[in-house]
Design a protein around this ligand. Sequence first.
Ligand SMILES: Nc1ncnc2c1ncn2[C@@H]1O[C@H](COP(=O)(O)OP(=O)(O)OP(=O)(O)O)[C@@H](O)[C@H]1O
Length: 247
Amino acid sequence: MTASVALQGVFKFHGPSGSQTPILREVSFELGQGEFLCVMGPSGSGKSSLLHLIAGLDSASAGTIELAGKNLEALPQAERTRLRREQIGFVFQFFNLLPNLNVLENVGLPIAIRGERPERERGKLSGLLERFGVGGKQRSLPHQLSGGEMQRVSIARALAGDQPVLLCDEPTGNLSQQAGLEIMKTLRQVCDEDGKSVLLVTHNPRDAAFADRVLFLVDGQLDPAHALHGPNIPVEDVHRTLAELHI
Ligand SMILES: Nc1ncnc2c1ncn2[C@@H]1O[C@H](COP(=O)(O)OP(=O)(O)OP(=O)(O)O)[C@@H](O)[C@H]1O
């Protein structure tokens, strides 16, 4: 089966390469279809850079990155963008909802960006909002919602265009404990029930324990010896590994 995402020997230098230390060094892993994979690492270890590469928003300095079996590095920019829109939904720490659009309009954005008409998908979009407990907020503006509600709207948006892959960058980083827990249950549910492939970047051991597999990025390198495998990874194992790796 084709992996949703496959990295092989990826290096990333920021700025001119030469003698600089790369921020990602020989990174290789696969995100399987329907897998929930978490990457943890200290601040500055290259986690966000990794997500940018997978989304085709930046280019690897060496190595290959495949999205849905296609080598991103070999694609012209327009094709990369098209593939990103078709394959990837994003969930960000600060939600990234457009402040002047209401909830329904925000959730329809991935469809509008593809040049299609969100009004035609009204039933589907409302259904997603209902499913995530924000069905009554369709006409609200983002600033009228709680943090947890905003994040549930952004998960609905990430699913609105039927993208099979969700890239989640610290999705609970700006939420209360309880709201964050609800978001993690929701992400686990879209993986289990909808078959989405989820790649989560987080500092939070509780969130990492929701994953099927946890990888640790230290000094730009993945440490395969310390990977954790689920299901049901004990949060204590995540804490212990972070301590062993001095993260
Ligand atoms: N566009 C850029 N140009 C130059 N350096 C960059 C660029 N983007 C990131 N860096 C550097 O690369 C390193 C990794 O950054 P990145 O944001 O990927 O780390 P991170 O693990 O996501 O950190 P955090 O957990 O703090 O968000 C940092 O030292 C950062 O300063």
